[in-house]
Design a protein around this ligand. Structure first.
Ligand SMILES: CC(C)(COP(=O)(O)OP(=O)(O)OC[C@H]1O[C@@H](n2cnc3c(N)ncnc32)[C@H](O)[C@@H]1OP(=O)(O)O)[C@@H](O)C(=O)NCCC(=O)NCCS
Length: 358
């Protein structure tokens, strides 16, 4: 994606919010469910615990709380929202969309609303769509939400996958700004030939739900972890470099990078290839695991509330996921530091110790 052409408005994040369910599932608890250990999970993934939704909660319930918090931070009323985009792999149901459910509960009476499937890269794809809509004047206010209830599609008898995933929601309100501020670049990609590295085999039009698909656990995530690992590192590095090039920003100029929280080792490998110091690459995977499209907006909201971004800072977002999809974005931050945020110097490298908001 090229820089915004002449005469096109810029688009910037003016409010963020997040929500994670209260229930914590620890590695120790997983030890009682499958043949695994806390040591193995921490060493191979960096995850210590993840959040799991209550049986009564659907994705739209999580999304709604994150959305309200983002709108409140932005000082935007629901009636002012023009579009609600929800990046998710786990909508409440296939019809109606999760976004329409949120639109109704939020009272966003003017908003168009739709779901978007790009798996863990969903938030970056969403930034691209929001930037396009705002840049061309199709929308003035976009509410972009990443929400997942991966616990609903994880097989808790499969140790290869059940240790990785968690539930949560993150949201961002996006509005117009000067062309040289806000989202400076987005670089998004896909390779469907690698689709089976991460899939839910049944439940769609190819293999509709049947007794047989349920018996065979085909409504759960299946993953080829090792192969994914390799393409993830390459895709994240390439797309962030490309987004930096388009934005005209050097890697060392990035104040922070917010990566999709897939695996601590994937992020470490990507970070080393980019030559970035660890304290600039924000991780909270130890507390939430992999929350797919929600992981970047959750992490962003924590960083914003900690006062770690100030106007003028350059920030990078980078992700990869099922499809396969991958991508990155570079933004020049415009949001003021929220009142009451701790002084920035005191919070550097503290993102992994924050008490989560529930
Ligand atoms: C899944 C992942 C953590 C596995 O780590 P790894 O170092 O590649 O581990 P391997 O696949 O080589 O497995 C090593 C051994 O551990 C075992 N193992 C797998 N999961 C385990 C678990 N939870 N506990 C204990 N052992 C486990 C494997 O069965 C294998 O045993 P074997 O050698 O007897 O066959 C890693 O490949 C990964 O993170 N991949 C990317 C996944 C991802 O990000 N998916 C989401 C995309 S958004």
């Amino acid at each position: 994606m090229s820089p915004q052409p002449e005469g096109i408005r810029g688009a910037t994040i003016v409010g963020t919010g997040m929500y994670v369910p209260e229930r914590v599932l620890t590695n120790r608890e997983l030890e009682t469910m499958v043949d695994t250990s806390d040591e193995w999970i921490v060493e191979r993934t960096g995850i210590r615990e993840r959040r799991i939704s209550a049986p009564t909660q659907a994705s739209s319930d999580l999304a709604l709380i994150a959305a309200r918090r983002a709108l409140e931070t932005a000082g935007v009323e629901p009636e002012q929202v023009d579009q609600i985009i929800i990046a998710t792999t786990t909508p409440d149901r296939y019809l109606p969309s999760c976004a329409c459910t949120v639109q109704s509960k939020l009272g966003a009476t003017r908003a168009a609303a739709y779901d978007m499937f790009a798996a863990c890269t969903g938030f970056i794809y969403g930034l691209s769509i929001a930037r396009g809509a705002i840049g061309t004047g199709v929308a003035d206010t976009v509410l972009l939400i990443g929400v997942e209830q991966l616990s609903r599609i994880v097989d808790y008898t499969d140790r290869n996958t059940c240790v990785l995933f968690g539930d949560g929601a993150g949201a961002a309100v996006i509005r117009p700004c000067a062309p040289d501020e806000g989202i400076l670049s987005v670089s998004i990609h896909s390779d469907g030939s690698l689709g089976e590295l991460l899939e839910v085999p049944a439940g769609g039009s190819r293999r509709p739900a049947s007794h047989e698909t349920v018996d065979r656990h085909e409504h759960f995530i299946r993953m080829k972890g090792k192969e994914l690992f390799r393409v993830a590192v390459r895709g994240m590095e390439d797309s962030l470099r490309r987004a930096l090039d388009i934005a005209g920003v050097r890697a060392e100029e990035l104040e922070l990078v917010i990566p999709h929280q897939a695996n601590q080792r994937i992020i470490d490998a990507t970070r080393e290839r980019l030559g970035m110091p660890a304290e600039r690459v924000i991780m909270n995977i130890d507390r939430y695991g992999n929350t797919s499209s929600a992981s970047i907006p959750i992490t962003l909201d924590e960083v914003v509330r900690e006062g770690r971004l100030k106007p003028g800072d350059s920030v990078g977002f980078v992700a990869f996921g099922g499809g396969i999809t991958w991508g990155a974005s570079v933004a020049r931050w415009t949001m003021p530091v929220p009142a009451g945020a701790p002084a920035r110097a005191a919070t550097v490298a503290s993102a992994t110790t924050t008490v989560p908001r529930s």
